[in-house]
Design a protein around this ligand. Sequence first.
Ligand code: AMP
Length: 187
Amino acid sequence: MNIVLFGPPGAGKGTQGERLITLYGLTHLSTGEVFRRNMTDGTPLGDQVKAIINNGELVPDEITIAMLEEEVRKITAAKGILFDGFPRTTAQAIALDEMMTHFGKTIDHVTALEVPEKELRKRIALRKTRQNRVDDDEEKLNKRITEYYTKTLFVLDYYKKDNRLQSIDGLGSIDEVFARLKKTIEG
Ligand code: AMP
């Protein structure tokens, strides 16, 4: 089972994603984490994306898609993949479909956590600093949220078109949201 978990910064993707991984034995593929790891290790890719990520902007599609393809190739034997933070643009969503076909896999669920912008800002303000995260800087956070609403939101339309999108109310306790998520996935 391959799942795309979708949602704006602060929607709870990380927390809910961890639970999905444990419950269904999925392999976690977080593009943000892969980028951060490359930045920490000082790889050419890390150096290439550092300034972009530290500004809260999206890494260009070409770089992100090539990186993701390489990561998927490493885990083709996985029981299932949880895509976290990808796709963030329509071009990435199209590339993901093509990639999955190429690897003989399918995206089984596209789930979007819905949280109003005001609540997102409140949650992020409470969130503790995580290494290499840029959340704490107001300006960068605004940029991240703007990137979401100007670029990433369109990805929902892409999946809505052929009825693949499952939206979930992301408000409430972690347990409540997870119960909704599980119900949506298991039908
Ligand atoms: P995340 O941990 O998913 O919030 O990602 C952290 C940062 O990595 C984002 O703010 C972007 O700069 C970059 N990033 C992660 N995933 C993508 C993606 N799919 N497309 C473009 N940039 C990304």
